[in-house]
Design a protein around this ligand. Structure first.
Ligand SMILES: C[S@@+](CC[C@H](N)C(=O)[O-])C[C@H]1O[C@@H](n2cnc3c(N)ncnc32)[C@H](O)[C@@H]1O
Length: 215
């Protein structure tokens, strides 16, 4: 992976009307699939672990006839250190099966981290998170890792939804996926965690106010 100057990233972002940012992208396979399926959308995978994304980045750099996708971009960064040039540029942010501080930002939720995510979005843009709701089921780990009780609808209604609204999001919706239901994003961890395991997945979505209603 090579360093990308802010000006080059800015120029790339200007070439696309639709920009999807997949935060905590892991191996980036989902980004590559989305980019191939939507050539008019810039799909940006972000993860602090460069090695995990390397294979997908290599594949994206191939010629289109060999599976390449020039609209797929992989950035080594984290929620805590996002490129400033990305602010206000995304039309869609996806967060799939996060862990660590990314999970806490979205699910507890932690206001500062969540605001950083919201700052990525254009007016009228969407954020969609798929959360492993069973992660906090073992109480010992849950307390040590500060895992929120996502299988508890009371937590989601009393903490998560108001937290997303305080961070500037509206139309916050959530539901548990039905057992066997295909999630909106097919990611490596989603398949590993959910398929046939009996674990539950929480789907949360929201959007930023549209330009006409944003103050
Ligand atoms: C369970 S993996 C999910 C990977 C991928 N989204 C998927 O569904 O296959 C969680 C990912 O979150 C990333 N992550 C954890 N904390 C993060 C943070 N603060 N900012 C960005 N990514 C983070 C990890 O590096 C890891 O790749």
């Amino acid at each position: 992976m090579e360093p990308l100057e802010a000006a080059s990233l800015d120029a790339l972002l200007r070439r696309y009307r639709e920009v999807t940012v997949d935060l905590g992208t892991g191996d980036g396979r989902h980004v590559l699939r989305r980019a191939r399926a939507a050539p008019d959308t810039l799909v940006v995978g972000i993860d602090p672990v460069a090695d995990a994304m390397a294979d997908s980045a290599r594949k994206a750099a191939r010629k289109p006839a060999r599976g390449g996708a020039e609209n797929a971009l992989f950035l080594v960064a984290s929620l805590e250190r996002l490129p400033a040039v990305l602010r206000g540029r995304a039309t869609n942010v996806t967060i799939n099966y996060p862990w660590g501080s990314l999970l806490r930002a979205v699910a507890q939720p932690k206001e500062e981290g969540l605001r950083t995510i919201v700052e990525l979005l254009q007016p009228g843009a969407t954020v969609v998170a798929l959360l492993n709701a069973s992660a906090g089921e073992r109480e010992v780990h849950a307390a040590r890792l500060e895992l929120p009780p996502l299988e508890d609808p009371g937590h989601v209604e009393r903490e998560l939804v108001p937290g997303w609204e305080r961070a500037g999001l509206e139309d916050v919706r959530w539901r548990m996926l039905d057992p066997g239901e295909d999630p909106p994003a097919r990611t490596t961890w989603g398949q590993r965690l959910v398929r046939g395991s009996g674990r539950s997945t929480l789907l949360v979505s929201a959007r930023t106010p549209s330009a006409s209603t944003a103050s």
